[in-house]
Design a protein around this ligand. Structure first.
Ligand code: GTP
Length: 497
């Protein structure tokens, strides 16, 4: 029964494009760590040979069925038991790589992993045509691409999914991985190709066609390409806004010495990352702490307290750097101590008003546990007047955590605005490679086409559209220059993926 099933699989299986490439293997789970389970993956034409040799089985593995098998290293006549492991076989082309694949779910001890990897390595023998070697980074995904199991945007999505640190990054990577970007790019390509086809008709039948017909076709192609150009420009704009999510939103904590900047950083990160002390000037330099705030990657920077009267050279340097951090960050949280007069020094007021663009500041009135309701109201009013109501004001206490949740909500709201995302709409993260081809090839080709005025040079118009279409082909890997991009795309991967 099982053999019959196996036979039917064989009947319909095709030969993968990479059939003559070496069979590769790798530890796909984290190396160098003890774990309950470690997965070794093997892909290529010699998977079954490896299966027979390791398990001593006489019959072929049933595709897609897990079975518990003893694994042996056959040294001479003696069989050495290495592990008892779950074995899973995928037959080409229905596997991640499109080749035969074998997965060994081993016990995760280092010695077990080492012995099984060693046993697989020993099965390689080039003289007998058994080309078996350890995989290079990204080689499994590269095989998947070469066998048409995924396009380059999906492959890049796999790498992004593995690298994703926050919820928003995960959502965006999943979008690429599931082929949504590919579908969009393919749609754009068909529109351009359809434009080329119509222009080609003008070239082929030009002399027989009426001038008005020719103009009507040109106008229609032009209109379509103008709409497409707009759509791609919007897409690129969204990519640029979303890239803030990939690198992390830069947030700087600024304020007078002792206002509670380090305490606020600790409250937001929920640990004791920064040194808190009641000696003013404790933070001498800017400290970057990467954190996850409500699903957004944030690089929060604690800076030296800003005051004008310091003569300490180290502190002066720290203040300079704090100001530089404030100017280059995406958002500043200005921390104010309500028990101090003045609430905001003139130096700090000038700096915030002149050096930081308006919409990028949140004011946090800290230490609310030290003032009563009326006092806090007066402080908030004064701060409002100082900054002409330009910035949102939040009241917090780092001692009893009051208002922190509210502040985090406000931060999340600002991050949504900065990245052009919301919890309902996914961010758009694509590789630098894709963004570059979109702007340098696709948008360039469309612009050149659109700047061409009339019927004079239809051949040139076709060339420009072909340039744009080729660009999209380069992005998905469906077109020329694939070899040249393979290295760029797959070098980002880890071994075993
Ligand atoms: N009562 C009260 N004290 C606080 C609060 N936040 C911070 N403090 C105290 O204020 C003092 C200064 O806090 P830090 O967080 O070190 O202030 P900073 O702004 O980082 O100080 P510098 O590094 O010197 O610029 C410490 O003694 C904190 O315990 C608060 O909300 N309430």
């Amino acid at each position: 029964m099982q053999r019959g099933l196996y036979a039917s699989y064989r009947l319909y299986s095709s030969v993968p494009a990479t059939a003559f490439h070496p069979t590769i293997y790798a530890l796909s789970t984290s190396p160098g760590q003890r774990s309950a389970i470690a997965v070794v993956r093997v892909t290529g034409s010699h998977c079954k040979h490896i299966y027979y040799q390791l398990t001593g089985a006489q019959s072929p593995p049933v595709p897609r069925r897990c079975s518990l098998r003893n694994l042996y290293h056959a040294a001479g006549a003696k069989k050495n038991l290495l592990d008892s492991s779950l074995v899973l076989f995928f037959e080409n082309p229905k596997s991640f790589t499109g080749e035969d694949m074998l997965e060994l779910h081993l016990h995760g001890g280092r010695a077990v992993i080492k012995s099984v990897l060693g046993a697989i390595q020993s099965l390689g023998d080039q003289k007998k045509g058994l080309d078996i070697r350890y995989a290079q980074p990204g080689e499994f995904s590269q095989r998947a691409f070469q066998n048409g199991r995924m396009d380059l945007t999906q492959a890049e999505g796999v790498a992004d999914l593995i690298d994703a640190e926050t919820e928003t990054q995960r959502r965006s990577a999943l979008q690429s991985f599931r082929g949504q970007n590919k579908a969009l790019f393919d749609g754009w390509r068909s529109q351009i190709v359809s434009g080329i086809a119509q222009l080609t008709a003008i070239i082929d039948f030009g002399e027989d066609a009426e001038i008005e017909d020719t103009q009507a076709i040109l106008d229609s192609v032009r209109r379509n390409m103008m709409n497409l150009d707009k759509e791609i420009k919007l897409f690129v704009l969204k990519i640029r806004r979303s890239s803030i999510l990939q690198n992390g939103v830069k947030v700087a904590l600024l304020g007078s010495p002792n206002a509670g900047k380090s305490s606020l950083l600790n409250c937001i990160t929920n640990d004791d990352t920064s040194i808190v002390s009641d000696t003013p000037g404790t933070t001498r330099d800017a400290i970057d702490v990467p954190i996850d705030v409500d699903g957004y990657k944030v690089v929060l920077c604690d800076t030296a307290g800003i005051r004008s009267e310091s003569e300490d050279q180290i502190e002066i340097q720290g203040i300079k750097r704090a100001k530089a951090k404030g100017s280059e960050s995406d958002l500043v949280i200005l921390v104010i101590d309500p028990t101090k007069t003045p609430l905001v020094t003139e130096d700090l007021q000038r700096f915030v008003k002149e050096q930081i663009p308006h919409n990028q500041v949140i004011i946090a009135v800290n230490k609310t546990d030290l003032v009563d309701t009326k006092g806090l109201k007066n402080v908030r009013q004064e701060v409002y007047q100082i900054f002409n109501g330009d910035f949102p004001i939040k009241s917090v206490s780092c001692t009893n955590f009051e208002g922190i949740e509210n502040l985090v909500k406000e931060l999340s709201h600002v991050f949504q605005g900065l990245s052009g995302t919301s919890h309902d709409s996914d961010p758009l993260i694509v590789s630098n490679r894709t963004e570059e081809i979109l702007t340098k090839d696709v948008m360039f080709g469309l612009q050149e086409f659109l700047s061409f005025p009339g019927t004079e040079d239809v051949v040139m118009a076709c060339e420009n559209l072909a340039y744009a279409a080729e660009g999209i082909g380069k992005i998905t890997g469906a077109s020329v220059g694939v070899e040249e991009v393979l290295g760029v795309v797959f070098s980002r991967f880890c071994v075993g993926k």
